[in-house]
Design a protein around this ligand. Structure first.
Ligand code: C5J
Length: 222
């Protein structure tokens, strides 16, 4: 067990029980022509975290620890897409409609894929999730239990939507969760800042936050 420098206080890091959970680093959220842009966002904001997420990924692989990637996506027949999620707002393209990278947020389409620098390797778990949280309507809980995982180190996008929802789901299920500050990003900087604050407030009510360098130091020291 290592003590990892984190906020609001040190994280009791047990790397053998800690999975790296990379949330939704998909072309649909990071590249032009995808879902994020259809919602009116500046998708170029998210690319800044790719090197940090890549460093975490390489380190987890080098230590032969568990890596899990998630992808927000829906079945081709849209049977797992609630009408409210499809119809809400005025996006340029709705989920399931054809865009420049294929049908928006549909499993198997080019735009749904994880960006090339962070592409999953054979043997790494990829969770396809229809919701914002990675536990909802997926086998994630069973997979983690099967591997004896009790801690989650989270990275990915977007901080206040899929990352935060997943972290709250995990916290309620008893996992110790640490969000890597410079490996998560939002289309809205103020939402990212507020999310980090509310996660670690009240004595880590949802969990811890730390920088990539501190996580990597903890990994090497444990
Ligand atoms: C959103 C996500 N923002 N991955 N999805 O719709 O955060």
């Amino acid at each position: 067990m290592a003590s990892l420098a984190a906020r609001p206080f040190a994280f009791p890091f047990d790397k053998r029980r800690a999975a790296l959970l990379i949330i939704d680093m998909q072309r649909d959220f990071l590249e032009h022509g995808g879902f994020g842009e259809a919602l009116g966002n500046d998708v170029t904001r998210l690319g800044v975290i790719v090197p940090a997420v890549g460093r975490l990924l390489q380190a987890w692989r080098a230590h032969d620890l568990m890596v899990i990637h998630t992808m927000e996506c829906h079945r081709a027949d849209l049977s797992d897409l609630p009408a409210g999620k499809r119809d809400r707002g005025q996006p340029k393209l709705r989920i399931g409609e054809p865009g420049p990278m294929g049908r928006i947020l549909i499993a198997g389409e080019a735009g749904t894929a994880i960006i090339a620098p962070l592409a999953p390797r054979i043997g790494e778990i990829v969770i396809e999730k229809p919701g914002k949280g990675a536990f909802y309507a997926t086998a994630l809980g069973e997979i983690l239990a099967g591997r004896g995982i009790t801690q989650l180190v989270l990275a990915g996008v977007t901080t206040e939507v899929c990352v935060q929802t997943t972290m709250r789901e995990a916290n309620d299920r008893g996992y110790d969760c640490l969000l890597v500050e410079d490996a998560t990003e939002s289309y809205f900087p103020e939402f990212k800042a507020a999310t980090l604050d509310m996660i670690r407030a009240q004595g880590a009510i949802v969990g811890w936050t730390a920088l990539t360098d501190d996580v990597l130091r903890g990994l090497d020291n444990d």
